[in-house]
Design a protein around this ligand. Structure first.
Ligand SMILES: Cc1ncc(COP(=O)(O)O)c(C=O)c1O
Length: 383
């Protein structure tokens, strides 16, 4: 076996049982790298925690985080519902026979074709945040349930989402009224605090904003009933993060102080369901010293799986070598100089051909990947 971390202790932040399974798989497999191992037990554990701390809540897995069919099937078997944005995601659910009551779409700007497909399948809940979307939904899915996307603070989230979507309360109120006049059924409000949100105050500021809007909608004679709190729950990459129980305890307390008792809550986690269950198995394909930097080249990079590294996500790497550590610039295999995953990574020097593992890589990796330059997208293997 090639330069594996044999006899090494479990890496910080990784569950021992997952580590054992990963090592056993690699030891007994001929699978060419790169590939992604996704631990079922870890996903099961996360699915059982998420939503437990929030009353009247339903969990919708954001399929974009990892749309592999077998992963989606497994998540569905765990009882989670689904949030989708496109025909492609709908087709996966359709092929698995997921019933439409278990599907919502919180993408505030949807293609007309997708709305048609979703409506025909029986999906009845859609987000919106513009007059054009109201018109489109009224034309393509008349009478459907809609919830408006409010813009909320994303400070402290490693993957902010607020500028592209969401409106301020005055516009949100106008949109709710417009939706009602257009024959849609405005049922609630949604927001997204930003992905990998490590600032729990984002949720409390968001809920303050929503509750003021909720009251104003009531004054207009529109009684809302659905509060969709989006995704954003963080996972551990290189640093500890606040745990989901603590986040939910806070959210639950705020909701039940500020909203009617029978409010229905939707949660749409993606990263938190599959992110920390994933271990990317890669190989070192090259090394070089350039100016004063030591470069390490892997068979996975920005284009074929680690796209989020350019947005600031820092991964934890594991190599088997016991050589002295030094600082590396870690890069992908393509000919593009944009393909640099990380800098100043302290690692013992591996040999070419050694395995290198990248932890917490189950979310927004394979789903973002392309075959740019002919490098393959990692296959997902559930273990
Ligand atoms: C509408 C919507 N819901 C849910 C999610 C999932 O967010 P996360 O993976 O941070 O939990 C996203 C992520 O982009 C999103 O856009």
């Amino acid at each position: 076996m090639k330069g594996l971390p044999e006899g090494r202790g479990t890496p910080v932040g990784l569950d021992h049982s997952v580590w054992e399974k990963v090592l056993n798989f690699i030891a007994s497999s001929e699978e060419p790298t790169p590939y992604l191992l996704l631990d079922r037990e870890m996903v099961r554990r996360k699915a059982s925690v998420i939503g437990r701390g929030i009353r009247n809540s339903k969990v919708f897995y954001a399929v974009k985080a990892h749309p592999d069919r077998e992963v989606v099937r497994f998540v569905g078997e765990l009882g989670l519902n689904f949030e989708i944005a496109s025909d492609g995601e709908l087709r996966i659910l359709e092929s698995l026979g997921v019933s439409p009551e278990r599907i919502i779409s919180s993408n505030p700007v949807k293609s007309p074709g997708f709305i048609d497909q979703a409506r025909d399948y029986g999906v009845g809940y859609f987000a919106f945040d513009s007059p054009a979307e109201v018109e489109k939904l009224a034309a393509h899915a008349p009478g459907c349930n809609v919830y408006v996307r409010l813009s909320v603070p994303n400070e402290g989230s490693e993957w902010p989402l607020s500028r592209k979507f969401g409106v301020e309360p005055d516009d949100a109120l106008d949109l709710i009224v417009r939706a009602r006049r257009s024959g849609l059924n405005p049922v609630g409000v949604t927001f997204h605090v930003g992905s990998q949100c490590t600032n729990i105050y984002n949720w409390s500021m968001a809920l303050d904003k929503v509750s003021a809007l909720w009251e104003r909608a009531g004054e207009e004679g529109i009684d809302l009933s659905l509060l969709n709190i989006g995704g954003g729950y963080p996972i551990r990459y290189t640093r500890e993060v606040v745990d989901i129980q603590a986040i939910e305890e806070m959210i639950d307390g705020l909701i039940f102080r500020k909203f009617p008792e029978d409010v229905e809550i939707h949660i749409e986690p993606g990263r938190a369901v599959v992110g920390d269950a994933g271990v990317m198995v890669t190989s070192v394909i090259g090394k070089a010293r350039r100016a004063d930097e030591d470069w390490l080249y892997l068979d996975i990079g920005v284009f074929n799986g680690l796209m989020e590294s350019i947005g600031g996500i820092k991964y934890n790497y594991v190599v088997g070598s016991r050589a002295r550590t030094r600082r590396w610039t870690v890069a992908g295999p393509s000919c593009d100089s944009f393909d640099v995953i990380d800098r100043d990574v302290e690692l013992p020097e591996p040999a070419i051909g050694d395995r290198m593992l990248i932890l917490s890589s189950g979310a927004y990796t394979v789903s973002y990947a392309s075959e740019f330059n002919g490098f393959p997208i990692p296959k997902t293997i559930l273990i």
